[in-house]
Design a protein around this ligand. Structure first.
Ligand SMILES: [Zn+2]
Length: 325
């Protein structure tokens, strides 16, 4: 059955509608034109009366180019980030910046005491992945501020609480281990055994990483190297996690570092000799340190990736501060 046709309205009514619509459009165009002309006049008048503006005082952030260089790029200006204020500042404890990370985050050192025997603790070399080492450093710093008598009068203790702030800022899991350029900082020190790449058997394999383009290629590494080179450090603990124990520095292990590792293992209960997974460690901070005049150095691993093991490491601190290489 055919649909009934609706009777169309008189033809002149939609002609009126179209002309009505046209009229609205014309009025709108006229209005817009008037407003535009008015604006031009006003800005022209403003330009005539305005005094020349002073040069802007606010400095623009530096431009950075991430060039694929093998050598440090002299034109690289690291952007400086706002950093979270370390919790210890409310105690009035001062820290000094020993260098900047690749992304421009400061690497701080806290200094306690002013004696001749110098010791160093480094935490956070593996960034957020081993973030509990940074947590431990924070707890040690707070403890020493509250108990300054723990530092013998002839000792100066330095604590670098976070050697890899870019890694820490990036992630608290496996992605937070390397620095901004994907370098494992504990394989970037220019020790005699430094290599860019290594056999991954028994080693950490969860993300691609390298030892850098050369030993000491990374700004974080160079900051710590320059700090160590300008101090007469008797012994170093470089904190890691997790579980493998205490690794003496040196390749082969240096005797004083073995003695320090044994003493620390006894105080903490961490394994010594360290658990052998078959991994070959190259370019480590501890290896480079003992090759460059530091009395003894160890890599020491907390028991897991979460806890700071504060009580054990307070005992470790006492061992460190009394260690004579
Ligand atoms: Zn580590």
């Amino acid at each position: 059955m055919p649909m009934p046709h609706k009777k169309s309205s008189p033809s002149h009514s939609w002609v009126y509608a179209i002309w009505g619509l046209n009229l609205v459009v014309v009025i709108c165009l006229l209005g817009a034109g008037f407003l535009y002309a008015n604006g031009q006049r006003a800005s022209a008048a403003h330009a005539l009366t305005e005094t020349p503006r002073a040069a802007p005082t606010q400095r623009l952030p530096p431009t950075s180019y991430y060039l694929p260089t093998l050598t440090p790029n002299p034109f690289f200006t690291p952007p400086v980030f706002e950093t979270s204020t370390p919790f210890v500042l409310d105690h009035g404890q001062q820290s000094n910046i020993i260098g900047l990370s690749h992304q421009g985050r400061p690497i701080d050192v806290y200094t306690f005491g002013s004696g001749e025997r110098e010791y160093l603790i480094v935490a956070g070399i593996h960034g957020g992945y081993e973030g509990n080492t940074i947590g431990l450093a924070n707890e040690l710093i707070r403890y020493i501020i509250d108990h300054p008598e723990i530092i013998p009068s002839d000792v100066t203790l330095y604590i670098i609480r976070n050697m890899n702030p870019d890694g820490e800022a990036r992630d608290s899991g496996v992605d937070g281990r390397v620095n901004h350029r994907g370098v494992d900082l504990n394989r970037n020190f220019p020790s005699q055994n430094w290599v860019a790449d290594w056999d991954r058997d028994g080693c950490w394999i969860w993300r691609p990483t390298t030892g850098g383009s050369y030993g000491g290629s990374e700004p974080e590494t160079r900051a710590v190297m320059s700090f160590i080179s300008t101090h007469d450090t008797l012994a170093i603990i470089s904190y890691h996690s997790a579980a493998l124990g205490v690794f003496p520095g040196g390749d082969p292990w240096q005797p004083d570092s073995i003695r320090l590792a044994k003493a620390l293992a006894k105080a903490t209960g961490y394994p010594y000799p360290p658990i052998d997974t078959g991994c070959e460690y190259t370019g480590t901070l501890a290896d480079w340190a003992v090759e460059n005049g530091v009395g003894a150095a160890v890599d020491m691993e907390l028991a897991n990736h979460r806890d700071t093991d504060f009580k054990q490491n307070l005992e470790a601190l006492k061992v460190l501060l009394n260690f004579v290489p």
